[in-house]
Design a protein around this ligand. Structure first.
Ligand SMILES: C=C(O[C@@H]1C=C(C(=O)O)C=C[C@H]1O)C(=O)O
Length: 394
């Protein structure tokens, strides 16, 4: 079929897509108005009941026009997540009036196209002010830039669903006075990126960041005899491949990043785990205040006294104050063999009475404790509406 036969249909699709965008933008404007009202009347940002009701209704209406419940649910999860995160960003900005900058200078690992670059773009797209990206070669350089006021923020990867915690970042946090002011989760979709038309069987050398190799170890094992070259960042791997312009070399990285270097993805979904996401933290010189209407997380670092059950005792304090721990990580203390620093993420706001009580009690039983930051939680768990139950009511 020639392209001209498709023309009229495609024109109609293009028009419809434009209308969808206009409607989505209009929905976003309305939810921002909702946020204004929530600020005025001290109403929490997230209203899961309302989300459930609208999903049940949409699944039912979707069915009537031939749209599958799973599709409708997925689509509206993305829309609602965007709406909640935008509202949270608005509320957080109002609660910290002095912190809004006309220019956000942000330090991150790598260069254009790295996963940290994509995460930086995503996080700051919801915030006012221009973005100045400052690509760095190491985590210590990133931290240094913010400490010396050459950058206002740093975006650092802290954990990945496949390869686990990024120890180097935890170790940097041990020594800095910077505060965590935000977090975000970004999907990591590794692809095989090439500069010239080629096939997988021709690839002899593969460039990537060591974390990426770890996350794609099953694919690497399948590939067999390929030379693996580790790079400082995903972007330097992509840059190298774009400069070499050979059909026997490839980089591992995101499709969006690769496009910035003129690379094409010849295979996608290379990570061992299908659900491959990285969580990033955003750090700054000054802490932020999180309004009580926004779900907050707090990160603590502590070391316990050397006695049996000392960590259990600390965790019981959290339980007794009804505080949910979302992550526990331990790292060695340099110069003190066999002693550990514990990094603890909890759901909760520093302003909250339970949290203050827990901190007071933790201070009594720990050798060292510091709050690394309290920040809006960006984990917008999908609204749980069993499609079946929605259909039962149809
Ligand atoms: C827009 C609102 O805020 C949030 C986002 C919703 C949405 O995008 O539809 C629904 C409920 C809230 O979790 C609202 O409260 O109506």
């Amino acid at each position: 079929m020639s392209d001209s036969a498709l023309g009229p249909l495609r024109e109609r699709i293009t028009t419809l897509d434009g209308q969808l965008l206009t409607l989505l933008a209009e929905r976003r404007r309305l939810t921002n108005e909702v946020a204004e009202t929530k600020i005025k009347h001290h109403i929490p940002v997230r209203d899961v009941k309302r989300e459930e009701q609208l999903l049940v209704r949409l699944i039912r209406e979707g069915q009537k026009v031939g749209l599958d419940p799973h599709y409708v649910t997925q689509l509206f999860h993305v829309i609602i997540e965007d709406s909640v995160l935008n509202q949270q960003a608005m509320l957080a900005e109002r609660a910290n009036p002095g912190s809004t900058l006309p220019l956000n200078r942000v330090a991150f690992l790598g260069d254009k196209g790295s996963y940290s670059y994509l995460a930086t773009q995503k996080y700051f797209s919801r915030r006012p002010g221009e973005l100045l990206e400052i690509g760095c070669q190491s985590f210590s350089e990133i931290i240094n830039k913010v400490e010396h006021a050459e950058a206002d923020y740093a975006v650092l990867p802290i954990e990945n669903t496949t390869s686990g915690s990024i120890n180097e970042v935890y170790d940097q946090l041990q020594h800095t006075q910077l505060s965590i002011i935000g977090e975000l989760t970004h999907p990591i979709k590794h692809c095989l990126l090439v500069a010239k038309s080629t096939s997988i069987s021709k690839i002899k050398t593969l460039y990537a960041h060591p974390q990426v190799f770890t996350q794609c170890s099953h694919f690497l094992a399948e590939l067999g005899n390929v030379e693996v070259k580790t790079m400082d960042s995903t972007s330097s791997a992509m840059l190298t491949v774009s400069e070499l312009q050979r059909d026997d070399v490839a980089a591992l990285g995101s499709e969006a990043g690769g496009n910035l270097y003129g690379l094409t993805a010849i295979k996608s979904n290379l990570a061992n785990q299908k659900e491959n996401h990285s969580r990033f933290i955003v750090v700054a010189r000054d802490p932020v205040v999180v309004p009580l209407q926004v779900p907050a997380k707090t990160t603590l670092v502590l070391s316990t006294v050397q006695k049996p059950g000392a960590l259990v005792e600390a965790l019981l304090i959290l339980r007794d104050n009804n505080i949910n721990m979302t992550k526990l990580e331990s790292r060695p203390i340099p110069g003190n063999p066999w002693e550990e620093m514990f990094y603890i993420d909890v759901d909760g706001n520093l302003k909250d009475g339970h949290m203050q009580n827990a901190l007071d009690n933790l201070r009594k039983i720990t050798r060292y404790i510091k709050v690394l930051g309290c920040y809006p939680s960006e984990e917008v768990s999908p609204t749980k509406v069993a499609a079946a139950s929605a259909l039962d009511q149809a």
